[in-house]
Structures are given as structure tokens and as C-alpha cells.
Design a protein around this ligand. Structure first.
Ligand code: OGA
Ligand code: MN
Length: 313
């Protein structure tokens, strides 16, 4: 084929995309008091007391709001672990985190992130998450969303940043969408350790932890199973290389993605207050825990539930 001909007729990239399995739900009739938190993503919901059981209509409206805003903030929610678990269960099955030593005794659905020390040990996992990632992206079935309850937070510092990966996908050129739409990525939990050496968590993962988390392959562009919208699904925390490519071949494309996905326009930075409860969608967002506080002096204690999700497509 002549070069000019090839240039005129660009060939379509072959696609390995599975058939969409989108479950669009009917919109709830319940109206919540919703206030967008930034132009990138997120919304605060007022007038809700999560110590009480919410009606099915309210839960459905929260699900709609999560689909629209990707992150829901409820302030002043002084809830017990039981109430946290009960609320979380309304949105799906809950995970027990691989790092079992940080699960709350009697509540294995609650994963503790804490730098508070007792008997020479932190009572939760400390100093982690300082890299862009989506929770449980290293599992074959990653998480739908995470619900984090802030119990103690530093006066300043210890924010969490969130980046909207639907917006990041939408901002790509058609050519790049086409290219990335045909790629699949190998993800591995063990990579994240290199980002987690700060405080209490420099130990390597145990053989058992690694056995539970072998490398997994996910599409680079995933379709949100409820909204049908496409999002980038690549994080430096777990990404190794594209399936069928070498690391050297993958690296420049990965570097481009890492840079593109965290454009300030896509980001909301959450400054925690005690008893904030934040519910974020792991299918459409990445997040980053900023470790800019003094772990020896500033106490930070968070409890998180993690809702099980579907296999990305
Ligand atoms: C997490 C995480 C965020 C934070 O729990 O998944 O990344 O701010 N932590 O502690
Ligand atoms: Mn996380």
C-alpha cells in the first residue's frame, strides 16, 4: 500500500472490549439537599443523620448522586462502627482488606488507617496512599467505592485529593481514546509498597498477602457499570505494563497518562474535619493521601469500609 493511501485511511485499532453490561437504575423520587463541592467532582449532602437507618428511596437517591458527582460528603457524622458497616452494606457487599492486621477487631469490614501508637505499634496502617490509585485496583474484582469516616485529623494537613477519571478520559483526543481503548494493563499490589515506606508500613508484603494478590489485567479504559460513561483506569500505584508490550514500550504511554489524569481541572482536594464521612466511587476516581503532617505529633485516625465491585469492562 502506498504511504499516502495509508495516511488517508487510518486503520482502526483492534478492540478487545467486552460487551457492555450496564445496569442503569431508575432515578429515585427522593430529593436530597445536594451542594457540589467543586467543579471537578464531589457533592456535600446536607440534612442526613447516618446514625439512623435510611429509607430505600434515600439510599437510591444517594446512589444517583454518587453516579452524578462521584464523591459524597456527609459532615458531622459521629457514627459507631456498627452504623458505619450498616450504612455501607446498603450499597453492596463489603470487603475484608488483605492486610488483616489493620482490620478492626469484631468488625473485619472496617480497615483502620491510623498513626496513633499503642504498645509501640500503630493501631492502623499509617503513612500510606501517597500515590494516585483506585482502591483494590490490584484485584480481579476491584472496589465499587470506599466509605471513610474521619475520627481524628490534624489541624492542617492530611488532606485527600481525588481526580475525576471520566473527565480525564473525555479530555483526550479521539486518536488517543482509540489507542487507549484497545489496551489492557497489568496491575500488581506489590508495586505500591515503594510508595508506602514513610511511617509504620515499610515491611514487605508477606507471601500470603502476595498469594492473595497476583498480578491482574484490566482495561485501560473502563465503562462505569451504572452510568455507561468511560473512565481512565490507570494508576502509578499498581501499573506494571500493557499486556503484550514490554515495560520499555509501555513506559512513555504510562507517563503520558499519569500526567494527563491529574490535571488540576479534574481534582477536588478534601480537607477533613472530624466526623466527616466521605463516600467515593472507585470506578470513576483516583485518590491520593497527602502525607504532609508530622506523624510523631499530629494524630490522624480514619476508618474505612470498602464496597465490592464488578470486574471492569
Ligand atoms: C485509602 C487511602 C486515603 C487517606 O484508604 O484508600 O488511600 O486519606 N487513604 O487516608
Ligand atoms: Mn486508597
Amino acid at each position: 500500500m502506498a504511504i499516502s493511501e495509508a495516511l488517508e485511511k487510518p486503520r482502526k485499532m483492534p478492540r478487545t472490549k467486552a460487551r457492555p453490561r450496564i445496569r442503569k437504575t431508575r432515578k429515585s423520587k427522593v430529593k436530597l439537599d445536594i451542594h457540589p463541592a467543586s467543579s471537578a467532582l464531589g457533592a456535600e449532602i446536607l440534612g442526613i443523620d447516618l446514625r439512623e437507618r435510611q429509607s430505600p428511596g434515600t439510599i437510591a437517591a444517594m446512589r444517583d448522586a454518587l453516579n452524578e458527582h462521584s464523591l459524597l460528603l456527609f459532615r458531622d457524622q459521629d457514627i459507631s462502627p456498627d452504623q458505619h458497616v450498616a450504612f455501607s452494606r446498603r450499597f453492596g457487599k463489603l470487603e475484608h482488606h488483605v492486610l488483616a492486621e489493620y482490620l478492626l477487631p469484631d468488625h473485619p469490614e472496617i480497615y483502620v488507617l491510623s498513626n496513633i501508637r499503642k504498645k509501640g505499634k500503630t493501631i492502623g496502617r499509617a503513612g500510606v496512599g501517597e500515590y494516585w490509585h483506585s482502591d483494590l485496583q490490584y484485584l480481579a474484582k476491584p472496589s465499587l467505592g470506599s466509605i471513610m469516616h474521619a475520627i481524628e485529623v490534624p489541624e492542617v494537613g492530611g488532606d485527600t485529593m481525588f481526580a475525576n477519571q471520566v473527565a480525564a478520559y473525555d479530555a483526550l483526543s479521539d486518536g488517543m481514546k482509540e489507542l487507549l481503548g484497545g489496551l489492557r494493563l497489568v496491575n500488581h499490589f506489590a508495586k505500591a509498597r515503594h510508595y508506602s515506606a514513610q511511617v509504620g508500613y515499610a515491611r514487605p508484603f508477606s507471601d500470603e498477602e502476595l498469594k492473595k494478590t497476583p498480578p491482574v489485567v484490566h482495561p485501560v479504559v473502563r465503562t462505569h457499570p451504572e452510568t455507561g460513561r468511560k473512565a481512565l483506569y490507570v494508576s502509578p500505584g499498581f501499573a506494571l505494563y500493557f499486556e503484550g508490550m514490554t515495560e520499555a514500550e509501555s513506559r512513555p504511554i504510562l507517563e503520558f497518562i499519569y500526567k494527563h489524569t491529574i490535571n488540576p481541572r479534574f481534582i477536588y482536594r478534601h480537607q477533613w474535619r472530624p466526623h466527616d464521612l466521605v463516600f467515593w466511587d472507585n470506578r470513576s476516581l483516583m485518590h491520593y493521601a497527602v502525607q504532609d503532617y508530622d506523624h510523631a505529633k499530629d494524630r490522624r485516625h480514619m476508618q474505612r469500609t470498602t464496597i465490592s465491585g464488578d470486574k471492569p469492562f
